[in-house]
Design a protein around this ligand. Structure first.
Ligand code: ADP
Ligand code: MG
Length: 892
């Protein structure tokens, strides 16, 4: 228990104060400040003690109505609060509003801030590169739905409206809020709870009754930042936005939010990547384990600043569909790809910048520390050099519209504010204000004087020490300081006899005695009072400065957004350069044509040069549905995903992993991964699989890209083939979307005979001595068998089991043609290329393992691949064959 609280009079009065505050914040855990601790009482204490593993004690122990209590030291509170918000709780911070030393009786206390899962401003709790959104939804079936969301640490406040509940749920998934504000008793919260069980929901106090009230509220808070016409047309959006804003404002009891505008976007202005696709394509986290490492975001994010990191994430989750806007981004990236030197310099400047967005917001919220403002000042001071460096990248450009140039910072770079911040605050100032020391000399004459009194006083103490040593003849005499009785003289036991009579003994310690003198007391008084005044003055100077930054916050946030854009563009350029990406030719066609395309993540994991690039073309004219067959582990999933990833990257404004790329803009990307292949949802049932497939068939358009991986796997073979067949037909005939269909049902290859725009391709694999060799190369035609048994052998299944499986397979295959069911209408594809390039290896070769065989096999394949058949004379061809044959026979 904090010592100060005992001096506060009757405990009942204190508890009355507690209960009064608690009543107003009944839905939060109340952290009640008592001296150096935050204390919790009653049920809060019982719960928090259990949840955080704290010791539960009680106030007025032993009495009958003892109050359960637990506490945490105030300087360590943020870690405990973070754990509670992570569990979905709200924490109300109740502070002492008066200096206990200057008050008799109970200190005035009240809540200064509420910390909630979606409204966190503690920099140690937040991930620098991920936004923390609080969201609200509204609407009903007839007029549609809306979602609005805000991040109070960056001022990001957006909203959109959608037609269906399905789209609403999906948009929420893209936003990934950490908290949902609910109001009244509409059915939406229950719906959201069903979809996202773990998303904490919080009730809005004093909610809104009608949309007129909402619009009025938005207008009051945002002024011109609220597009009244737009929100009037979309009442659900007005409601959702007002709820979020009101809720967020209520958490910041006395500080204004850094939010100055509601950005309304249309969901279909962006490439829609629904939840499944985001998960399957591992855009921001991996399917297994949900780690950022291994995701596309992680592979792309080499931004230099946290604000750039957040914006890159936004570009990735909200790619564009407007060709001109995409090209504008690509133009900017291209310029920094071309100008190596400029890129390096720009990135060097960016790396030195602080998080301008969060720093400006912290000033606005009244929580910025001297360190924050010092970093902000230094960052602003460096902006002109960044702007200068960027100018070099646009030198060869006709500046048609410099304001629209993503690489142009333009406008006011806040030089004056930068100057004031850096002149006032020390470089490297700390986060604490309680000891002062962060304001520069020369800022205030009064401050300088107080400092010299304090340091003059300290000099005087040193003089006193020297003088007393001479006077007493005790060489070890020391003047020291502690908080209990200030300055004192310490004399070791051996010299006690020489202590003069004018010393007053205060304390005995292990090997010495401590004394005070009137002279020391007098200087101490002088030093301490000057010091107190100095600390107070520094705080006052700082507060004025912070208010100035708070007032400038909207401008600073706009500037930060430009800097973040530069950071993202430079990062994408850097990646394009490092990984050999190419600028896609983006247009409104319905063609996707990539030569030598790669998977941006798998490529990095493969050994250098180990990833085999592939050409893929799909369009709506002649090759609309690509049926990709091949054995397990051949690389089908990788191939079809890399096409989707190239589309997403291109539409976000990035170069893509390919040698050439043409990208006819897509409106949506869908993926469906068959139950058997979907590891993350181990429990996934056939029903789920079919529901997701139905979702795709309902929502895909001619402009969409559909990636289907092994659908129909969750059921028996005949069912599976039949469903996959029907789905493919529907996509082909009715929807006309571009689609990639990976399947190990080679029966599906017959689709291409009935449907002109279905094209069979196979990821090549070859059998060798009963082993399978993966070539990873896409070849025309379908695979004629699946190599499952060979893969099983590769995986180490016992030889007896493999042999038995081979027997069974043979007998099954011999009867297949006569079986009843869908297979009868599915003729086997005899156009597939013959297997067995190495079916009959030369007798002299008996490699013990695949690894031994592979090096030269690989070389032979490469030689064949690179041979220009059209240009080869018959003689040269003969020579080549002879040479390769020799290679095959001399492998020892
Ligand atoms: P499938 O879906 O056909 O079973 P996957 O796409 O899952 O096969 O690929 C299996 C493994 O092969 C992957 O883990 C990947 O490491 C590797 N792989 C896939 N494609 C390539 C490629 N083009 N080049 C090199 N390795 C690849
Ligand atoms: Mg697969």
């Amino acid at each position: 228990m904090a010592p100060e609280s005992k001096a506060e009079g009757a405990p009942t009065a204190l508890m009355r104060q507690y209960l009064e505050v608690k009543a107003r914040y009944a839905d939060a855990l109340l952290f009640f400040r008592l001296g150096d601790f935050y204390e919790m009482f009653y049920e809060d204490a019982v719960y928090v003690a259990r949840a955080l593993g704290l010791t539960l004690t009680s106030r007025d122990k032993g009495k009958e109505d003892a109050v359960p209590m637990c506490g945490v030291p105030h300087h360590a509170a943020s870690g405990y609060i973070a754990k509670l918000t992570e569990l979905g709780h709200r924490v109300a911070l109740c502070e002492q509003l008066e200096d206990p030393r200057s008050v008799k009786g109970i200190v005035k206390r009240d809540v200064v801030r509420v910390i909630t899962p979606g409204v966190i401003i503690d920099e140690n709790t937040l991930d620098p590169r991920t936004p923390n959104f609080v969201a609200a939804v509204a609407g009903e079936p007839r007029d549609g739905y809306a979602v609005a969301f805000a991040d109070v640490t960056t001022g990001d406040f957006r909203g959109t409206w959608v037609q269906s509940r399905e789209a609403l749920i999906d948009e929420l998934a893209r936003i990934e809020p950490n908290e949902l504000v609910v109001d009244g008793d509409d059915e939406l919260p229950a719906l959201v709870r069903k979809a996202y069980g773990r998303l904490p929901q919080s009730k809005l106090k004093d909610g809104f009754t009608d949309s007129a009230a909402c619009i009025a509220f938005l207008q009051t808070c945002l002024g011109p930042g609220c597009d009244v016409e737009a929100v009037t047309k979309a009442p659900a959006l007005a409601l959702a936005a007002a709820r979020v804003l009101k809720y967020a404002r209520d958490t910041q009891v006395s500080s204004p939010l850094p939010i100055s505008a509601l950005e309304i976007y249309r969901r279909d202005d962006h490439l829609i990547i629904d939840e499944q696709a985001r998960a399957h394509l591992e855009l921001t986290c991996t399917m297994t384990g949900g780690h950022r490492k291994g995701s596309l975001l992680d592979a792309l994010d080499v931004t230099c600043s946290a604000m750039g990191g957040r914006l890159l994430r936004r570009w990735l989750l909200f790619p564009l569909i407007d060709v001109a806007a995409i090209r504008r981004r690509l133009d900017a990236v291209e310029r920094l790809v071309a100008h190596h030197g400029v890129r390096d310099e720009v990135r060097r400047h960016l790396a030195g910048l602080g998080d301008l967005e969060r720093l400006a917001s912290r000033a606005r919220l009244g929580v910025a520390t001297p360190r924050d403002l010092s970093v902000l000042g230094r960052s602003l001071r460096d902006l002109p050099a960044l702007a200068e460096a960027l100018m070099q990248a646009s030198q060869d450009l006709v500046p048609e519209d410099p304001a629209g140039d993503l690489l142009h910072l333009g406008g006011d770079l806040e030089d004056a504010l930068a100057e004031e911040l850096t002149a006032t605050l020390k470089e490297g100032a700390g986060a604490q204000t309680k000891d002062g020391g962060y304001v520069n000399d020369g800022v205030s004459a009064e401050l300088d004087e107080l400092r010299s009194i304090a340091s003059g006083g300290r000099d005087r103490i040193v003089q006193i020490e020297a003088r007393e040593r001479t006077r007493t003849g005790i060489p070890s005499l020391k003047v020291k300081f502690n908080n209990v009785f200030g300055y004192y003289i310490e004399i070791t036991k051996t010299h006690l006899a020489a202590v003069p009579a004018d010393y007053t003994r205060k304390q005995t310690v292990a090997n010495a005695e401590r004394f005070v003198t009137p002279e020391l007391a007098e200087y101490e008084e002088k030093i301490v009072s000057a010091d107190d005044r100095r600390v107070a003055l520094e705080l006052a100077i700082f507060t004025v400065l912070r208010d100035k930054v708070a007032a400038a916050a909207p401008r600073l946030l706009a500037l930060a957004a430009k800097v973040a854009t530069v950071d993202v563009v430079a990062a994408l350029a850097e990646q394009a350069h490092r990984n050999g990406y190419v600028r896609p030719e983006v247009d409104d066609s319905e063609t996707l044509d990539f030569t030598d395309s790669r998977h941006p993540v798998v490529e990095r994991l493969a050994a250098a040069g180990g990833f085999v690039p592939n050409d893929v073309r799909i369009d709506t004219e002649s090759q609309q549905l690509l049926l990709v067959t091949g054995p397990n582990m051949a690389g089908k999933s990788t191939l079809i995903r890399q096409v989707a990833l190239c589309v997403i990257m291109g539409q976000m404004g990035s170069f893509v992993p390919a040698r050439t790329a043409r990208l006819g803009v897509c409106d949506r990307v869908f993926t469906r991964v068959g139950a058997g292949d979907n590891l993350a949802r181990g429990e996934s049932t056939f029903l789920v699989e079919m529901r997701e497939t139905a979702h795709i068939l309902r929502n895909a358009s001619r402009k969409s890209l559909v990636i289907l991986d092994e659908i129909g796997r969750g059921t028996s073979t005949y069912d599976g083939v039949s469903i996959a067949w029907a789905v493919a037909e529907h996509l082909h005939d009715r929807i006309g979307a571009r689609a990639l269909f990976a399947t190990h049902y080679h029966e599906l290859c017959a689709l291409c005979e009935l449907h002109p725009k279905v094209v069979n391709v196979a990821v090549a694999a070859r059998e060798w001595n009963g082993e399978v060799v993966f070539l990873r190369k896409l070849t025309p035609g379908g695979a004629s068998r699946s190599f499952g048994v060979e893969v099983a052998k590769l995986a180490g299944l016992p030889a007896a089991v493999v042999a038995r499986a081979q027997d069974i397979l043979r007998s099954l295959e011999s009867t297949r043609g006569t079986a009843a069911g869908p297979l009868m209408v599915v003729p086997r594809d005899d156009k597939a290329p013959q297997l067995g390039l190495f079916d009959r290896p030369p007798p002299s070769v008996a490699p013990a393992s695949l690894a031994q065989a592979f090096p030269w096999a690989h070389e032979v394949i490469e030689r064949l691949r690179n041979a220009e058949a059209d240009d080869l004379s018959p003689r040269a061809a003969w020579d080549l064959v002879a040479e390769l044959q020799k290679k095959l026979t001399s492998t020892d």
